[in-house]
Design a protein around this ligand. Structure first.
Ligand code: AMP
Ligand code: GLY
Length: 419
């Protein structure tokens, strides 16, 4: 394989983790991140991740051999189709395949065709009918904007009043076109696991399992967020469970997508609920998770580039994936106020790191006149590994304490469920 010129699209913690891993590859010639953050400053190019024509032009000009897309928005906007039309190699699903995440109702249709266990659901485009349905099924229930809403378009309503209010919140403009249609779902109880799989359209290889912490506050309280922290592996996950999810969830999904003429190449990410009656799928994502990727990349022993390359060539079955035994934990430090309106421009000072066990992944950060500043909601992902979950947690939180980020919001209970 000739050395590769690689472009990563995105600017979050996930993209910093991918860049950190790819920068260690023996197959790399040169790396670019568009637009990146303060953590990826060595590789940044100032092009927005949704500016597809500019990204295509840059990739042609710089003779990029492989592009890797982090966020869902450019995938839903058709970045893969645009790159392929320009004869550029890109890792990720086409616009048609990305609907698995871009439309909750499309995803539900695929789950039904593939006969994958999921929550009972109905879809509405009229709020009176939606409310009548909420009154018949009662609470708890789950209400979801049909389109993309940055992980915030889901309301888990524990009582009827909240559920009725949620119908208005989602359908009356708060979510724009994403909320024109509303999915109402049965409430499922259990522990959640994120399973990310590499896929070349036919073959899928699971990555290590991860547990995310979606709620803003300790004890899984407060609003849903993009994710406040992760650890891997969650002890609740077993090899038998993985085998059954690969056979009964992942393979049928890939098969249905192929039969529809929209094969899925990229990362197929299953959000699973482990209920008393077995695993059920909550959602598909069509990309690496954030902050799942931070712990997955920390645990990946193999070189990432040959795996991505194999996916784009339909030869994933020949790729080798090796993982570290160590447990990894990522604690997200967010801006004061997140996930509601939050402060920006908070100055941050980071300590020097000693050793390889810990990494500070940047997310919403920038540099202004030499000073590191917060620029987004989720700002840093403090990631550490240890021989046990306890050890990994201790290392991660020790590092959190050393970070000077006034009024940062973070959860102290990341990974506690696994102890
Ligand atoms: P989604 O974007 O569909 O994964 O939903 C975001 C979060 O809402 C999930 O990670 C769950 O924590 C919660 N959630 C979604 N659907 C359900 C459901 N049917 N029952 C219980 N919780 C759910
Ligand atoms: N952490 C969940 C996601 O990336 O969607």
């Amino acid at each position: 394989m000739k050395k590769l010129r690689v472009l990563i699209v995105g600017n979050g913690g996930r993209e910093h983790a991918l860049a950190w891993k790819i920068a260690q590859s023996t197959e790399l010639e040169r790396l670019f991140v568009a637009p990146g953050n303060a953590g990826t400053v060595l590789w940044n190019v100032p092009i927005s991740s949704n500016d597809i024509p500019a990204l295509v032009e840059f990739a042609l000009q710089e003779k990029i051999d492989l592009t890797l897309v982090g966020p869902e928005d450019p995938l839903s906007l058709g970045i893969v189709d645009a790159f392929q039309a320009a004869d550029l190699r890109i890792f990720g699903p086409t616009q048609a395949a990305a609907q698995l995440e871009g439309s909750k109702s499309f995803a539900k249709t695929i789950m039904e065709s593939a006969k994958i266990p999921t929550a009972e659901w109905e879809i509405f485009d009229d709020s009176d009918q939606a409310k009548a349905y909420v009154r018949t099924i009662g609470a708890p229930c789950v209400l979801k904007a049909d389109g993309l809403a940055a992980g915030k378009g889901v309301i888990v309503a524990m009582d009827l009043e909240t559920a009725l209010q949620a119908v208005d919140e989602i359908m009356d403009g708060g979510f724009g076109s994403a909320g024109k249609k509303l999915v109402i779902e049965e409430f499922l109880e259990g522990q959640e696991v994120s399973l990310l799989c590499f896929s070349d359209g036919v073959t899928a290889c699971p990555m290590v399992p991860v547990q995310d912490h979606k709620r803003a506050l300790e004890g899984d309280l407060g609003l849903n967020t993009g994710g406040m922290g992760t650890y891997s592996p969650p002890p609740i996950w077993t090899a038998e469970l993985e085998a059954s999810v690969m056979k009964d969830f992942v393979s049928p999904t890939l098969q249905v997508m192929r039969e529809r003429g929209t094969p899925f190449q990229g990362v197929l990410f299953l959000g699973l609920m482990l209920t008393q009656r077995g695993p059920k799928i909550l959602e598909y994502n069509v990309r690496f998770g954030d902050p799942e990727t931070q712990v997955v990349m920390k645990r990946l022993k193999s070189d990432l580039l040959p795996i991505l390359w194999a996916c784009t060539e339909g030869r994933l079955s020949e790729a080798r994936l090796e993982w570290k035994e160590e447990v990894a934990v990522c604690v997200v430090m967010a801006a004061p106020g997140y996930p509601l309106a939050y402060e920006k421009g908070v100055p941050i000072h980071l300590p020097e790191l000693s050793g390889q066990d810990s990494v500070i992944f940047h997310a919403g950060t920038g540099i202004s006149e030499g000073q590191l500043l917060s620029t987004g909601g989720r700002v840093l992902g403090i990631t550490a590994e240890g021989k046990t979950l306890q050890q990994a947690r201790e290392k991660a939180y020790e590092l959190v304490e050393k970070i000077d980020f006034p009024k940062a919001h973070f959860r102290r209970d990341i990974g506690v469920k696994g102890l």
